[in-house]
Design a protein around this ligand. Structure first.
Ligand SMILES: Cc1cc2nc3c(=O)[nH]c(=O)nc-3n(C[C@H](O)[C@H](O)[C@H](O)COP(=O)(O)OP(=O)(O)OC[C@H]3O[C@@H](n4cnc5c(N)ncnc54)[C@H](O)[C@@H]3O)c2cc1C
Length: 396
């Protein structure tokens, strides 16, 4: 047995012993997700137990150093843990922007004090973070952002407005891009700061989505005082941190499908909805072919992800290639949800019924449309692939 085989066997045994049966089923609603933060909520005792066991093991942030609440797993060990969790359908014990986005950025750019203050709290799910990047006139062209931070003694005074801030009304803290030098070239005048959502002058206004949910907010800053110690990295050097964080966000968005289809086999879902022919195959040849094509593409995509990870492990940065993964992963996810809707027929269109679990199919299908917008749109990803990966000349 190789070292990695032994590790896999240990991981499998631990998960078998510690992951409650209920946590091996896909979530049935948004309320099933554990987000952590100052206002804890667990949908069940099993969710709490699962979370606490994973925290103790350091597996909420498996690759982070042990001193910051992680388990110090190597990339290969982390892959083993992910694949074993996926094999048994184990739910992620917690969802939080701190893990996917801020954590990796702090590990690279944070001061020792910032790492000690924030990383263990993220690993234990104590603080819920939101991302203050986009503004009404700065989405794809993020570097045009205008929210200002002016130095006043040992504080920044922040004024401006963010938009599309996911869960801003439920978050405890925000990692935020602010303009600290209005005279400099736009990328060169941006800083990356951390602020408390309870600070005087911060307010949020939810925005309702086409799915009927309001996971988003507009966020307003009115003379908000933020200690200068909350600056990450150097003043006016925030763009580098912002871009690094985006590569992690994009990897995460382009990964395994979220929500209803997470860990679910679309073919079996379709079989339940459509039925089987005499030979036991899905009784709809067109849908069968479409699902087969999707699964082949998904396998090829997984191979690309693994290859990219292996290169990252060998020290080759992922950089602009995260645009490829984000682009293809999210387009694949949208295709998957479209096929789910094809398979569900009328049930997929129901909005409020019990048998559709409160319109879950339609709502999640609509939510999947946002995948190719959040974290940078597909058009922007294609632009990055064209210039930074394929090195094609820019058109006028
Ligand atoms: C589900 C979801 C969650 C989000 N969560 C957050 C969050 O938590 N925090 C946050 O800060 N932001 C968040 N966003 C905002 C997201 O980052 C922006 O929506 C995204 O960057 C696009 O910006 P925009 O909406 O201003 O669109 P625009 O930039 O105005 O783009 C409009 C259209 O023009 C196209 N376009 C723009 N420029 C170009 C170009 N150069 N070449 C080709 N096409 C172009 C775009 O592809 C798009 O189709 C979220 C968005 C979604 C959908």
């Amino acid at each position: 047995m190789s070292e990695m085989d032994t590790f896999r066997a240990e991981v499998r045994a631990w998960l078998e012993d510690n992951c409650p049966e209920e946590m091996r089923q896909p979530p049935t609603s948004n309320a099933d997700h554990v987000w952590g933060g100052r206002q804890w909520s667990f949908a069940s005792d099993a969710a709490r137990l699962w979370f606490e066991r994973m925290v103790d093991k350091g597996w909420t942030a498996p690759a982070w150093p042990v001193e910051y609440g992680g388990a110090g797993l190597s990339p290969a060990e982390h892959d083993v843990l992910k694949s074993e969790m996926s094999r048994m359908g184990a739910r992620s014990p917690i969802s939080n922007f701190g893990f996917w986005m801020l954590g990796p950025a702090l590990l690279k750019f944070g001061s020792d004090e910032q790492k000690r203050e924030h990383l263990p709290a993220i690993a234990r799910g104590e603080i819920r973070w939101c991302q203050g990047y986009s503004e009404p006139n700065a989405g794809s062209d993020l570097a045009s952002l205008n929210t200002s931070a002016v130095i006043d003694d040992d504080h920044f005074v922040v004024n401006g407005r963010k938009i599309w801030t996911s869960y801003a009304d439920r978050a405890d803290k925000m990692f935020c891009l602010v303009r600290t030098d209005p005279e400099a070239k736009k990328q060169a005048g941006i800083s990356f700061i951390l602020l408390d959502m309870d600070s005087a002058g911060v307010s949020t206004r939810p925005i309702q989505l086409i799915s009927g949910e309001s996971p988003f907010c507009e966020t307003f800053f009115d003379d908000v005082r933020v200690p200068r110690a909350n600056l990450v990295g150097e003043i006016n050097q925030g763009w580098t941190i912002a871009k690094y964080l985006l590569t992690h966000e994009r990897d995460n968005i382009g990964g395994e499908p979220p929500g209803l289809l997470k860990g679910r086999d679309l073919a079996h879902m379709a079989l339940d909805a459509v039925g089987a022919d005499d030979t036991g195959r899905l009784d709809d040849p067109m849908l069968r072919a479409d699902i087969a094509r999707l699964e082949i593409d998904a396998m090829a995509f997984r191979a690309l992800v693994e290859q990219t990870r292996a290169k990252a492990e060998a020290g080759e940065g992922v950089g602009a290639k995260s645009a490829m993964l984000k682009y293809y992963g999210t387009e694949l996810n949208k295709r998957r949800y479209n096929l789910m809707m094809d398979a569900m027929g009328g049930l997929g269109l129901e909005w409020d019924s019990t048998r559709s679990n409160g319109g879950r199919y339609a709502r999640e299908w609509l939510r999947s449309k946002g995948n190719s917008i959040e974290g940078g749109t597909s058009e922007i990803m294609l632009g990055i692939i064209s210039s930074a990966v394929l090195q094609l000349p820019k058109t006028a």
